[in-house]
Design a protein around this ligand. Structure first.
Ligand code: CTP
Length: 440
């Protein structure tokens, strides 16, 4: 088979650093008696006309310690490695992924593959997900720059379509369904017809995939620039609810993802579970074996939604908003801000997160005691009142705070609670600023 020579493309697309690294890999592989290939996403990106975001290499042949000896020959080091013949190697400040060529088989849908090393790239490419990724470029001295494209990935790149290599692809590895949506929306591609049908047929197998693997794929989706487009495509194809019935993309969520800083992944998952019941969100957390931030964000959504009534009140002082949100996990707060269709609530939660959450009084417990507040619970009450006063803009400087404390101590010892509105001039007691018992 005549092979296309893409050495000029390699030279054009790669930075000088990457280029010379590949030249050294080529030498090192020849010395070690193995063959090296640039493979997968790096080749795809170059064929698409962009510089590859990362370097993926495959090594064919050699004994079990091939990757270690390759790293040593490159004057580099293995940064992380797995027993599955994959490693991250660092050389001259460049980190790249290396795999030993392998065949894979699946004992059941969604299971991790059984790996068997082979010494040929031709046997490795057919295990891959899509035609556009089942491509390699030889780094061999004798065939440097030869493109291996056994499934005609280039044709699909030109036709802008995602195509699986064989009908069982999504059944073997249903995480490829999420990958398909990620690539399609990232690249502005469609699904080849048969692939689209297989994708729909494969949705039922997503339930067989471990929570950890699903979460890793979601993290990759959430980290993409075009996350909104990916989620829209996923929703259109029924992916979220196939992962778990609690998940749907609805309301203004997709539109909001375009604005501002990218949300945390935990918040994004929780936002996708916004419309579900507390029980369903709990089920999702268990299904996906969520821990730490992810679990707290998903499980915290119900608490925030239960406060939507007061959060949408016409009159809401900053201190009221703070009281409603202070005990909420930030991921849950962000999720609700992203997913609610009530703009007022959206604004208020974002205001809390941006402007209020970090507010603290200038004075501390020692300072207020020095001003005459008795030790014990009055100190906490005074600090709380000071915080509210600062949130509501009643104090700004440290002097204001001292004045505030003195006034309240005076008010507590001399006047019964009055219900006039507070001001900087006189801080009267009301429910938000109850008298703080100084002297009985
Ligand atoms: N792969 C696969 N099935 C999966 C995951 C990966 O066949 N479930 C193959 C693909 O051929 C892919 C390669 O392994 O090209 C490396 O995986 P990954 O690093 O996830 O893919 P990239 O194409 O590098 O993805 P990206 O562009 O998002 O970095």
């Amino acid at each position: 088979m005549a092979m296309l020579d893409v050495s000029a493309l390699l030279e054009r697309r790669l930075s000088p650093g990457y280029w010379s690294l590949l030249a050294r890999v080529s030498e090192a592989a020849a010395d070690a008696g193995v063959r090296a290939y640039l493979v997968g996403g790096s080749v795809r990106d170059m064929l698409l006309g962009s510089a590859p975001a990362e370097m993926d290499l495959a090594i064919a042949g050699g004994p079990d310690d091939t990757l270690d000896s390759l790293a040593a020959r490159l004057g580099g080091a293995v940064r992380s490695a797995s027993q599955f013949g994959t490693a991250m190697i660092e050389s001259s400040g460049i980190l790249f992924d290396v795999v030993r060529t392998r065949r894979e088989s699946y004992s059941r849908p969604g299971a991790l593959p059984t790996v068997e090393f082979t010494s040929s790239i031709e046997e490795d490419l057919p295990r891959r997900d899509f035609t556009m990724n089942a491509v390699a470029v030889s780094l061999d001295r004798d065939s440097w720059g030869a493109l291996l494209d056994p499934f005609d990935g280039r044709r699909d790149l030109e036709a802008k379509q995602v195509r699986v290599l064989h009908p069982r692809s999504f059944v073997d590895d249903p995480t490829r369904i999420l990958r398909a949506a990620r690539y399609a929306a990232r690249l502005g591609f469609g699904f080849e017809d048969e692939t689209a049908r297989l994708l729909t047929d494969g949705l039922g197998y997503l339930g067989a995939v471990s929570g950890d693997r699903i979460r890793r794929e979601l993290e990759r989706i959430f980290a993409e620039d075009r996350v909104a487009a990916i989620l829209e495509l996923a929703e259109e194809r029924g992916l979220p609810r196939a992962i778990h019935p609690a998940l749907t993309l609805g309301g203004p969520l997709a539109a909001r993802l375009g604005d501002g800083a990218a949300p945390s992944p935990a918040a994004l998952l929780a936002a996708l579970a916004f419309h579900a019941s507390d029980a369903a969100r709990d089920g999702l957390a268990q299904r996906m074996r969520l821990v730490s931030d992810w679990a707290q964000a998903v499980r915290g959504v119900g608490k925030v939604k239960a406060r939507f009534g007061p959060l949408s009140r016409a009159e809401l002082d900053a201190s009221d908003l703070y009281a409603l949100m202070a005990d909420v996990h930030d991921g849950a707060a962000e999720a609700c801000a992203l997913a609610t269709d009530d703009d007022c609530i959206h604004q208020r939660i974002q205001r809390f997160r941006r402007d209020l959450r970090g507010v603290r009084p200038i004075l501390d417990g020692r300072d207020v005691m020095a001003l005459g507040v008795p030790a014990g619970s009055p100190v906490g009450e005074m600090l709380h009142a000071l915080l509210n006063a600062r949130l509501d803009g009643l104090v700004s400087s440290g002097e204001d705070e001292k004045r505030f404390v003195r006034q309240r101590l005076g008010a507590a010892s001399s006047t019964p609670p009055s219900h006039t509105r507070h001001s900087t001039a006189t801080i009267a007691a009301d429910s938000k600023y109850p008298p703080i018992g100084g002297h009985p």
